[in-house]
Design a protein. Structure first.
Length: 290
């Protein structure tokens, strides 16, 4: 999970959560001797509904859909195409619709990253974001759009697929938290996030999505027996001391990189993502070392 799954709603409504964040996370190395992680090539469809709402910017209704196409392996690299359409209704600001489309490529070793994003808000095209990044000597980002620019960050920064693999490695090793900096090219392509993941105990039984009938594809077939962990992942702007998350994702993280029981919490409102369709490629790449 990356900021990509939440940025469409951030375009529509900028909020903070209602609870205080822990101290700023510091980057961590992966657990020692972690077993290689193989991420499954798959297509996932999540239907969005309003989970809760309150505060000064309450949302009366929310609906939409997220579609993720994820392909690749640790040798060829990883390609992800994401489309998120979100419709919010609010008595204060009326009806707002955001359509975000994003394509990324990440090298198998996690050193190189390409990203492109287009956003349409209430039918009006927004500025496109297009760029490349690498972490060979600290983070270096080169933007083509919305204008030619570049910037650097000397801290240890992870790209999304490597971040996912680190989360799974940490969960396998029995770690309960993982904090690191993440860059995924979201927003204007200049954001590096501090992240803090809180990882629960491993589950091997089929998901229940908090006792509901959600995520039917995860309760049927071979994936129902795949190990998974409940994760709460918070994103922060970089800084020092206690801060409030920009948003928080809660989800069941499967050992093959699939996610279920999705909830996106923006503080004044939260959205559930019900996994309604999951297509896992029948032929998966063989495990490899880049």
């Amino acid at each position: 999970m990356t900021p990509r799954l939440a940025s469409a709603c951030l375009v529509l409504l900028s909020t903070g959560t209602a609870w205080a964040a822990p101290a700023a996370p510091a980057a961590q190395e992966p657990p020692a001797k972690a077993a290689p992680v193989t991420l499954a090539s798959h297509r996932a469809v999540y239907d969005l509904t309003l989970a809760s709402s309150g505060g000064t910017r309450a949302v009366e209704s929310a609906r939409g859909r997220i579609v993720i196409d994820f392909k690749g392996d640790a040798c060829r690299g990883y390609t992800m195409q994401t489309r998120q359409v979100t419709m919010l209704e609010s008595g204060e600001s009326g009806s707002r619709t955001s359509d975000l489309r994003n394509t990324t490529f990440e090298s198998g070793d996690g050193h190189d990253f390409r990203f492109k994003t287009t956003t349409v808000l209430n039918g009006a095209p927004g500025a496109s974001v297009d760029g490349t990044a690498d972490v060979k000597d600290g983070l270096k980002v080169r933007l083509k759009e919305p204008k030619r620019d570049q910037f650097q960050d000397r801290d240890t920064v992870l790209f999304p697929s490597l971040h996912m693999r680190r989360l799974i490695e940490a969960a396998r090793a029995g770690q309960t938290t993982l904090s690191t900096k993440v860059f995924d090219g979201s927003d204007d392509g200049r954001k590096v996030y501090d992240t803090l993941a809180v990882i629960g105990r491993q589950v091997t039984a089929p998901t229940t999505a908090s006792g509901t009938e959600r995520d039917k594809p995860l309760r049927e077939g071979p994936i129902s027996a795949v190990a998974h962990w409940p994760v709460t992942l918070s994103y922060f702007t970089q800084g020092e001391g206690e801060r409030t998350p920009i948003y928080t994702l809660t989800f069941d993280l499967y050992e093959n990189g699939v996610s279920g029981a999705l909830k996106l919490d923006y503080g004044d409102f939260a959205i559930n993502g019900d996994l309604t369709r999951l297509d896992i490629d029948k032929v998966q790449p063989a495990p490899c070392t880049p």
